[in-house]
Design a protein around this ligand. Structure first.
Ligand code: SDX
Length: 428
């Protein structure tokens, strides 16, 4: 892959030749691994210019607003596929045949239940605990149930863990919601699709089991597809880093959940709804746009901007279309959607946002659909975590499937040089 080289000229030193590696598509990378021999490191806080690994799973072109999963555009997957088929694609690299799909759906369905003892973990949480706090704790606790039956170097064990996690995340997420309401949990059903099952566990009760609306199930499944994977984002990089130490996959996914929670990342969908509540009315938009532009004000327009997309986030485009469809089909005229659309229009025509290529991202419209489905705001990031589990575990599998090293970055040290201990009585 290295057919040309970069030369680093450092005053007083010999030039350093660094291979330039070329991928299938997208930017070349300069392989700086040889730099250590010169006694120097690269410096890239926030990894703005760093490719942390080689991957075949997802490709993003931020300038063109392109997102491919194993080469398939997200728009085509959202229109033609379903979440479990997308999971198979991300995990295995190809779309399944009919037989492969049937077998995969069946094995997921037969792993949706959790160990009955897992329920005990919920009782340690306050009823008003944020469900993401519960997800971090309970998913990590899966390590206690499966840790001893898992050889991460065995491809079959890796496959079993991936299936268990994809299958059990909706069950645990719905349990977290039911716990917050005081309602009894609903067990998964094998006669329902993945999205139907999740909505069944969320909204049905032992007293009343209503059929799941196909409109809502389709919207839920599409939201799962749109959040499934996104290259080396903060939470996926966290999962890879945790996995590089040999930690078991349940602990790695729990680490990913924790990283996703932040409002700059997966927590943004919940923050968008809070922001829309705070803005309240179209007449206040200009004031909040001014706050977002004010460097002395920590307020940011949640659901806007992206580290990679300097054009439309293609997921946001599909999400907006889905939003229109779901609200129309449900006959909902949500003033929050009108407010969001007006905010979107004003921001996108404002020089500050245009100059910085700030566009709506995946989180800007997702909350409005989730609200229409009946999902409470506090569960929005949990839904993101349920969906992204397949992305996380696919990257974990990919990393472990070939030789890898523990992730261990260095630093630019600007603290004290060596100095001697100061006895207590001589300190001022
Ligand atoms: C996700 O990485 C992924 O792929 C993530 C994700 C995934 O699927 O995994 O796509 C999911 O996390 C989407 C992003 C959700 N977060 C938000 O919506 C929170 C609001 N957005 C910002 O916090 C911000 O845009 C980030 C964190 C998303 C990106 O930050 P960067 O890349 O570090 O960019 P930056 O903060 O340096 O911003 C560049 C400029 C700055 O202004 P200047 O210093 O140049 O004057 O743009 C400004 C920023 O102040 N800016 C914003 C803004 N986002 C950036 N100003 C106001 N409102 C915003 N939302």
């Amino acid at each position: 892959m290295a057919d040309n080289k970069a030369q680093l000229i450092i005053e007083g030193s010999d030039p350093v030749e660094l291979p330039i590696l070329r991928g299938t598509v997208g930017p070349d990378v300069i392989d700086v691994r040889g730099l250590t021999a010169t006694g120097r490191f690269t410096f890239d806080p926030g990894f703005m210019s760093t490719a942390s690994c080689e991957s075949k799973i997802t490709y993003i072109d931020g300038d063109k607003g392109v997102l491919l999963h194993r080469g398939y555009p997200i728009e085509q997957l959202a229109d033609n596929s379903d979440y479990l088929e997308t999971c198979y694609l991300l995990l295995n690299g190809e779309l399944p045949t009919a037989a492969q799909k049937e077998a995969f759906v069946s094995v997921i369905k037969n792993h949706t239940m959790v160990h009955e003892q897992l329920k005990n973990f919920f009782n340690g949480f306050r009823r008003d605990a944020h469900p993401m706090a519960i997800m971090c704790g309970v998913v990590s606790a899966l390590s206690a149930f499966y840790h001893d039956s898992l050889d991460i170097n065995d491809p079959h064990h890796r496959e079993v863990s991936a299936i268990r996690l994809i299958a059990k995340m909706p069950t645990i997420a719905a349990m977290a919601y039911k716990y917050s309401t005081g309602q009894p949990i609903m067990y998964p059903r094998n006669d329902l699709s993945y999205a139907e099952n999740f909505l069944h566990m969320m909204f049905n009760t032992p007293c009343e089991t209503k059929p799941i609306s196909p409109v809502l199930a389709k919207a839920m499944d599409k939201i799962f597809i749109l959040h499934a994977d996104h290259e080396q984002n903060a939470s996926t990089s966290t999962v890879r880093l945790a996995g590089s130490s040999g930690a078991n996959p349940f602990a790695c996914i729990a680490a990913g959940i924790a990283a996703l929670w932040g409002p700059a990342h997966g927590g943004a969908n919940e923050a968008v709804l809070s922001m829309l509540d705070e803005i309240g009315d179209v007449s206040n938009i200009e004031k909040y746009i001014a706050k977002a532009k004010d460097k002395n004000d920590p307020f940011k327009l949640m659901g806007f901007g992206h580290r990679v997309y300097k054009n439309f986030d293609p997921r946001a485009t599909v999400m907006k279309q889905t939003c229109d469809e779901v609200l129309a089909e449900l006959g909902i005229n949500d003033p929050k959607l009108q407010l969001a659309m007006k905010l979107d229009e004003i921001a996108r025509n404002d020089p500050y946002f245009k100059e910085r290529n700030l566009y709506p991202n995946v989180d800007f419209y997702s909350g409005i659909i989730l609200k229409a489905i009946g999902i409470p705001t506090s569960m929005f990031t949990v839904i993101f975590a349920v969906s992204r589990t397949v992305g996380w575990i696919s990257h974990w599998k990919e990393m472990l499937s070939s030789p890898y090293k523990i992730g261990r970055p260095r630093q630019l040290y600007t603290g004290y040089d060596k100095r001697d201990y100061l006895p207590l009585d001589s300190r001022k």
